[in-house]
Design a protein around this ligand. Sequence first.
Ligand code: PLP
Length: 382
Amino acid sequence: MQRIYFDNAATTPLDPRVAEVMMESMRSLYGNPSSIHNEGRTARAAVEHARKQAAELLGASIGEIFFTSGGTESNNMVLKCAVRDLGVTRIISSPLEHHCVLHAADTLQRTGLAERVLVRVDAKGQPDMGHIQSLLKEERAGRTLVSLMLANNEIGTLIDLAEVGSLCKEHGALFHSDTVQAIGYYPFNLEELPVDFITGSAHKFHGPKGVGFVYINSEHTLKPFMDGGAQERNMRGGTENIAGIQGMAAALRLAHEEMDSRRAAIQGIRDYFKSKLEQHFDGLEFNGDPANGHYKLLSVGFPPSPKAELLLLNLDIAGISVSGGSACSSGADAGSHVIHALKGDDPRKTIRFSFSHHNTREEVDKAISQLIKIIPAGQPAG
Ligand code: PLP
């Protein structure tokens, strides 16, 4: 059975061209970038070339890009280092953030290092700007870090980075955005964006797993997150993942070169899928704001029923991979903190469909006909 993969917000398949770059890197660049001999210098040059490529693509300077093991590490690094090194005593975030941001902020609060405040969000998942403003106006000792994701990984809602960043600047607050779902899908010009920190993860844009980056605006100096050698300009000890770093740079380059055509393809597939769903099923709810949200993602609430309850499992058996909310690290479909924050105890079954430029209309047609078999069409899904 030819499987259909509609879970590209969880992760994306590695681009074969990226795999080639990585194979060549692993074959030939075995030197340690910290060694001063020829092999070491060659490996160092490859890492620095990748950094230059990534920085150029994002409109950052080379000294502002630090390689990490991915989005989780990058987001932890920002929150924890900002508290330790930049005098941050309060983190304003949203209940819709990825767990790596929410749990890092929780840890900081639990250990008494910073206060965590969650901003109100509306039904589409947009943060309440008035609430942020009133929080930022409060007189208090210490700095505030605002941490709001650009594109929500479960419902696709996109925030206005420039608007939030300008508000933070106005009030002297730092601004971090988890941009893991947006890197490689939207253009960035960090030179002009009022952000202090953003983060990325290669496996979300057809690069390898276990490698990512953090952008730290050159105004800020952080102490090492990982103690050890002086790698990553003393920010993160440990021998560099050369093949991963080169793979990420290649994936980012391809994502930018092909951004417009990929976007048109993905959006076309997503919209086609949405129209087919609407044609065949009654009573669906689309979470977030599909018309203005991330074009790769559609979060659908199916009316409650025993059939809907087993939808994820039955789609998997039918050869279709989707997610219930987000990919859960425990492997269990434990319900979504994002849907819960938006809708309370929602009896609907939420399924996240997320697409890539590899998907086709034929796959959509097959998925719809499987859905019709699981939940009979032409009648309310309940
Ligand atoms: N932030 C968001 C919005 C994500 O979707 C993910 C991945 O699920 C992460 C952070 C974590 O990234 P990584 O898997 O590279 O640790």
